[in-house]
Ligand binder design. Structure first.
Ligand code: J2J
Length: 540
């Protein structure tokens, strides 16, 4: 399939995936319309913190009105719209409206700040940016939007959910009569949105997902996670992240006709009462949160008995923690090892207990192709650890507008180089053993070392910098920035570097946890900085 901005699947693969029944010829718009017809009066979205409950009929109606409203602003098929919303009902109204008109949401996270948002808007030539007000979002997003709008000429509109919208258009003023502004709806093979990659390069890469492929990852996940119309999914992690969105996540549960409940914060004090009052059956957490919930659950006065399945993924969940979580919370653990680029692995609910606590699962699809290779791309012996390469019906064939990078991140025959080091057990389950990409996984939040290094390098006193992971009991990893100061730099405290990074407007989770001043970096045989040696120095 040809697309000017994104390499999609070659025709023979697309035909195969259609013939196999993975790609069902649906779009998000047709899917929601179908659910609104069959489940009209069932609750689709509950935002209990704000007293909002929308049935499927209401959600579909709202998305149609919002779609016509966006069309009235001249937003249409293929346009990019950066969406940065907290876990509020409007997130779904906005994205289903954009899906209808074929405009592509760019899924920013609430933690992103000026540097990231400006980049997303500039790089995607976004025409609009959707944010919440400061009260809903805990940060003055309307002010950030004013700044970015002044800097990025393509950005014509800013829409703000909430009441304090500053100079921008209130989101609630956008909806209009559903047929007032005609628009062309997308095809199933069209792009649906751009997801963000965790990345290992100076700027985040954008992941082009189609209606066809993403919808398959949803119903494929539902089958393996036991999701039905009776499921109630609690969105604990940021709604736009690929894990709570699709594994099986809010969109999977909407696909099944179940109920999505929005949790405004991930702590047990906020989440447990919601589990009890909404009778939540399934949710997904990153390992550090799963640990916090494991600690809190036994003493909780809230009834957690409705919770059937707890998915844990985004970073390696230690076997020791995995053994504790199920008994403490009273649910079945399901490990998930996924990536916004595509491939998602789950332990199966019926897998032997030892498999559930010691592996990260196996792929959704019989047509997910897995190769585990050495540094020269040769298959390793069965059971040995190597680089994970993958190709399949919901794994992208290239990043959006990144032809040079794609040559490195994909093999010639279309396998994605995940950057993960894995081994496969006899039962076909994958165990994540490490990482080859230059990234820090801070409790599920991905940090590209190069992105932080580039910001630190902009400090006038810094000669060179190298950012590496330090092992951490709670988060799995934290970041340490090794800094060589310029010879003529005056005295400087490590804190000054952290402050500098924060003030440059980078998401708080990317600010180095630790800064160490050194006079030189260890080097590899070929004169490159040895991050391996730096990591072991940081860990000791
Ligand atoms: C070890 N590393 C893991 C795991 C992801 C479901 C779940 C997670 C993501 C996600 C996702 C891991 N053990 N269980 O998109 O749909 C690391 C790997 C992987 C990278 C992808 C989903 N689960 N990882 O985390 O795009 O390094 O997606 O390549 O944010 O997270 O990160 P991301």
């Amino acid at each position: 399939m040809k697309h000017p901005d994104a390499p999609l699947w070659p025709q023979d693969f697309a035909e195969r995936y259609r013939a196999a029944g993975y790609w069902r010829g649906e779009t998000f718009g047709s899917m929601l319309a179908e659910r609104a017809a069959t489940h009209a009066e069932r609750i689709a979205i509950a935002d209990p913190a704000r007293g909002i409950r929308w049935t499927y009929r209401e959600l579909d109606e709202r998305a149609r009105r919002m779609a016509a409203g966006f069309a009235s602003y001249g937003i249409g098929k293929g346009d990019r719209v950066v969406v940065q919303l907290p876990n509020i009902a409007e997130f779904f109204e906005v994205v289903f409206a954009l899906f209808r008109i074929g405009a592509l949401p760019v899924f920013a996270l609430p933690a992103h700040r000026h540097t990231e948002i400006r980049y997303f808007c500039e790089f995607t030539e976004a025409v609009a940016y959707v944010v919440s007000d400061a009260r809903l979002g805990g940060f003055d997003f309307p002010a950030l939007a004013s700044r970015v709008r002044a800097e990025v000429p393509t950005l014509r509109e800013v829409f703000v959910a909430g009441s304090d919208t500053g100079p921008h258009t209130p989101l609630r003023d956008v909806p209009t009569e559903p047929h007032a502004y005609p628009y062309e709806q997308p095809e199933p093979s069209d792009l649906a949105f751009l997801q963000l990659s965790g990345g290992s390069t100076g700027v985040p890469k954008l992941i082009p997902r189609t209606h066809d492929d993403y919808l398959y990852s949803l119903w494929g996940s539902n089958d393996l996670c036991g999701v039905t119309e009776d499921s109630v999914y609690l969105v604990v992690l940021p709604a736009a992240h690929n894990f709570p969105l699709s594994s099986p996540g809010s969109l999977g549960v909407l696909y099944a006709g179940g109920r999505v409940v929005l949790c405004p914060a991930p702590d047990p004090d906020t989440a447990f009462p919601l589990i009890a009052s909404e009778r939540v059956t399934i949710t997904g957490l990153v390992p550090p949160l799963a640990l916090v919930w494991t600690e809190a659950a036994p003493d909780s006065r809230h009834d957690l008995s409705s919770l059937d399945v707890l998915l844990v993924g985004g970073a390696k969940f230690s076997e020791q923690a995995a053994r504790r979580v199920g008994p403490a919370i009273g649910c079945t653990l399901q490990q998930v090892f996924g990536m916004a680029e595509g491939l998602v692995n789950y332990t199966r609910l019926e897998d032997p207990y030892e498999t559930i606590v010691t592996t990260q699962g196996r792929p959704i699809s019989p047509d997910d192709e897995i190769r585990i290779v050495d540094d020269e791309d040769h298959e390793v012996e069965p059971g040995e650890t190597g680089h994970l390469l993958t190709r399949g019906p919901y794994t992208i064939r290239g990043y959006w507008r990144a032809p040079e990078h794609n040559k490195r991140s994909f093999t010639e025959d279309g396998f994605y180089r995940t950057g993960d080091m894995v081994r496969m057990t006899d039962s076909g389950h994958l165990v994540v053993e490490g990482r080859a990409k230059d990234q820090i996984n801070r409790g599920g939040e991905k940090i590209a070392a190069e992105e932080v290094e580039n910001v630190v390098l902009a400090h006038p006193a810094v000669h060179d910098v190298s950012v590496v992971a330090v092992p951490d009991d709670y988060l799995g990893e934290r970041t340490c920035a090794y800094v060589i100061l310029r010879a003529d730099a005056g005295p400087l405290k490590p804190l000054a570097i952290k402050k500098f990074v924060r003030e440059r407007g980078l998401a708080a989770y990317k600010v180095p946890d630790r800064v160490e001043f050194v006079s030189a970096f260890p080097s590899t045989g070929i004169g490159k900085v040895s991050k391996k040696d730096l990591r072991s120095a940081a860990a000791s």
